[in-house]
Design a protein around this ligand. Structure first.
Ligand code: ACO
Length: 380
């Protein structure tokens, strides 16, 4: 079949797939030496979600909502991009799990992992594939199921993250809309500042077992490089598109820390009133933060027809990027979906405590874990 080259990939559908169970700062302080005051002051976070279902189930819910919003039949879908660093399984890939759940039998299905920027990288890739004429539409998902591999004994990281998903639908269009500017990069010299040990084939041998995770996390180094990488990317994408901060209607940033967002907005020259914040209610959901923030911004009426959106992000790697998105004329769903997650009687704290009980099968104490971390760090 011959395909015409399209100039734009409009965002025609959007939806979230958030689990209902809420983990508060107070919940965290029942098993960590931390406090609501510290977490709010240093990060802006008040609560986050913990999932009782798999990542694919969250992603499928978000996808059903996004497809209903665009009124697109799953059978007509040509591409699924699943952005995440927490796949339910490595093989088979997760996009195939969404494909079969949706009955999207014609869709190509691929996973993209650039950590927290996986949605932004995925959105850029799908846009380029539509612009090239390779596919006519795409479903792009950002999803993360972090709670099972969080090191819940480490207060430096355990307070920062949450589970969640959201998705968008892209369709070929001649009207200027969708991603109109892209800057992607990777500050790989700093890749060791954020590493989850225990998640990958390197860990099939040795003392640290696959699935038994330890986080290497240099918060201050990540903070500085995140601000630098995102600010440079914002400046470049605006310069290349010939727009200024005054033209930006809403910044929809990665939500890792309120102070990081404030610094990036300041460098970009956009006042905080024009920045979408969700960090207080969901924490850092890695790949899911930007699409969830976009979905919330639409529900709250903060995206208007023709709005210009700036989407900066960074993540493990350290990958970074900034996209410029021109919104189309429609800001309301064409249809809504009645899809929902199965109910759960468990609280978020009960789920986390169950994970914590499983996480220390060898009876290793926190001191022993820290010693392991130190030995490994010293050995490179
Ligand atoms: N509760 C209480 N105290 C804590 C906690 C906690 N949860 N965590 C750390 N502290 C303590 C530290 O031990 C330290 O104590 P000390 O002074 O006695 O040594 C003190 O608080 C200050 O710690 P800092 O690291 O200096 O705190 P900072 O203000 O830098 O904030 C934070 C830490 C929130 C992690 C910040 O550096 C940050 O947000 N960094 C970026 C993190 C990030 O964006 N991560 C996402 C990565 S992206 C991805 O793709 C996964």
């Amino acid at each position: 079949m011959s395909r015409l080259v399209n100039r734009y990939a409009a965002i025609t559908g959007w939806g979230d797939g958030l689990p209902p169970a809420v983990l508060s700062n107070q919940d965290l302080s029942t098993f960590l030496e931390t406090s609501d005051e510290w977490i709010v002051q240093r990060t802006g976070m008040k609560e986050r979600r913990v999932s009782h279902v798999s990542a694919i189930e969250m992603a499928t819910l978000a996808s059903r909502r996004a497809l209903a919003c665009a009124d697109l039949d799953p059978a007509a879908l040509e591409l699924i991009v699943y952005g995440s660093c927490s796949p339910d399984e490595q093989v088979p890939n997760s996009a195939s799990g969404v494909q079969v759940a949706l009955g999207a039998t014609r869709a190509a299905a691929m996973d993209v992992n650039t950590a927290c920027t996986s949605f932004l990288y995925g959105l850029s890739s799908a846009t380029a594939m539509i612009q090239s004429g390779m596919v006519r539409n795409a479903l792009v998902i950002g999803v993360e199921y972090i709670s099972p591999f969080m090191d819940w004994s480490n207060r430096n990281v355990a307070v920062l993250f949450g589970d969640g998903a959201a998705a968008v639908v892209l369709e070929a269009s001649d009207t200027p809309s969708g991603v109109i500017g892209t800057v992607l990069g990777c500050d790989a010299e700093a890749r060791q500042t954020l590493r989850v040990r225990g998640m990958g084939c390197s860990y099939v041998q040795g003392d640290l077992h696959y699935g038994d995770t330890l986080w290497d996390f240099d918060g201050q180094a990540i903070f500085k490089r995140a601000v630098h990488g995102m600010s440079e990317a914002c400046a470049r994408v605006m310069r290349e598109a010939g727009v200024t901060a005054d033209d930006i209607d809403l910044v929809v940033p990665h939500q890792a820390n309120l102070r990081i967002i404030e610094a990036v907005a300041k460098y970009a020259g956009v006042p905080m009133e024009r920045v979408m914040l969700t960090v207080q209610r969901y924490g850092n959901m890695s790949a899911a933060t930007v699409p969830v923030a976009l979905s919330d911004a639409l529900s709250e009426g903060r995206v208007k027809p023709g709005s210009l959106l700036l989407m900066p992000g960074f993540g493990g790697g350290l990958t970074f990027g900034a996209l410029l998105v021109r919104w189309g004329s429609r800001v309301t769903p064409l249809r809504t979906s009645d899809a929902a997650l199965p109910p759960t009687a468990q609280s978020a704290l009960e789920m986390v405590n169950a994970i914590r009980a499983r996480q220390d099968p060898h009876g290793r104490s926190l001191d022993a874990l820290m010693a392991t971390r130190f030995i490994e760090a010293a050995g490179g």
